[in-house]
Design a protein around this ligand. Structure first.
Ligand code: ATP
Length: 238
């Protein structure tokens, strides 16, 4: 079993002030979990702690039972933890095709690389029509697809996404979420999806966890969270 992730009593702060307070939850391999909560709840901080950019004050993060505390961010990537950060990081000066080739650099060679890139174009139809376009010429939705496509080419065990739907039209969000769900199912990846777009996140997640001011206030099946009117009103704003 690979891709089991656990946050255990995780407390993280910047300059002494805690932002996350003893947060505990776990993902089984292949789980798709929505990380929900208002602006400033601590979602990005949790993802950045998993990536190794921020150190916990106490508590720990484990991957397949192994403590990640001493694992450098670069080695976390080697272990198969990939991120699509907020802001759709693609290389603006490179074409779509060149961006994907960069993503495939580590894992594939020769024909294998061509086949893997062809699969990404199949998954993200709109991108295949924009192969020769530079990153800066893409629409927000196309950039988000490219960022996700590039992350998938690293064949991660664990994929985290920070607000992938931000600024995208509802139709594009639906398409992106559908593709993410398909990719997760095909690749058996564990996915942690931080989103303010609660409805779309819960539509593809198995489970959701809700943070409020850095505390875990709910951890339940996606359908149970979507049906919990009191919780939705209190923490999710709808
Ligand atoms: P958003 O949706 O706005 O990104 P979030 O749930 O991802 O919100 P975080 O970005 O993790 O929340 O922020 C949680 C809290 O930590 C906020 O109060 C924020 O101001 C604070 N914070 C985040 N990054 C830093 C930093 N580098 N230095 C100091 N405080 C920070």
């Amino acid at each position: 079993m690979t891709g089991a992730l656990a946050f255990e009593q995780l407390t993280v702060g910047y300059g002494g002030e805690p932002v996350l307070h003893a947060v505990s939850f776990a993902l089984k391999p292949g789980d798709v979990v929505a990380l929900l909560g208002a602006n400033g709840a601590g979602k990005t901080t949790l993802l950045r702690t998993l990536a190794g950019f921020v150190r916990p004050t106490s508590g720990r993060v484990t991957l397949d039972g192994a403590d990640l505390a001493r694992v450098h961010p670069e080695n976390r990537a080697r272990l198969g933890i990939a991120q699509v950060p907020e802001g759709r990081s693609v290389v603006a000066e490179l074409t779509v095709d060149e961006n994907l080739r960069l993503g495939a650099l580590w894992r594939y060679r020769g024909r294998g690389r061509e086949a893997a890139i062809a699969e990404i174009y199949e998954l993200f139809e709109p991108l295949s029509r924009r192969r020769a376009a530079d990153g800066h010429q893409l629409s927000g939705g196309e950039r988000q697809m490219l960022a996700l496509g590039r992350a998938l080419l690293a064949r991660p065990r664990v994929l985290t996404l920070d607000e992938p739907s931000l600024g995208l039209a509802p139709l594009v969000v639906a398409q992106l979420m559908g593709t993410l769900r398909d990719a997760a199912a095909q690749g058996g990846m564990t996915v942690l999806l931080a989103e303010q777009n609660v409805t779309s996140a819960l539509s593809i997640a198995d489970r959701g966890v809700v943070l409020d001011l850095g505390r875990l206030v709910a951890d339940d099946a996606a359908s149970a969270l979507a049906d919990d009117t009191a919780l939705r009103h209190a923490y999710l704003g709808f």
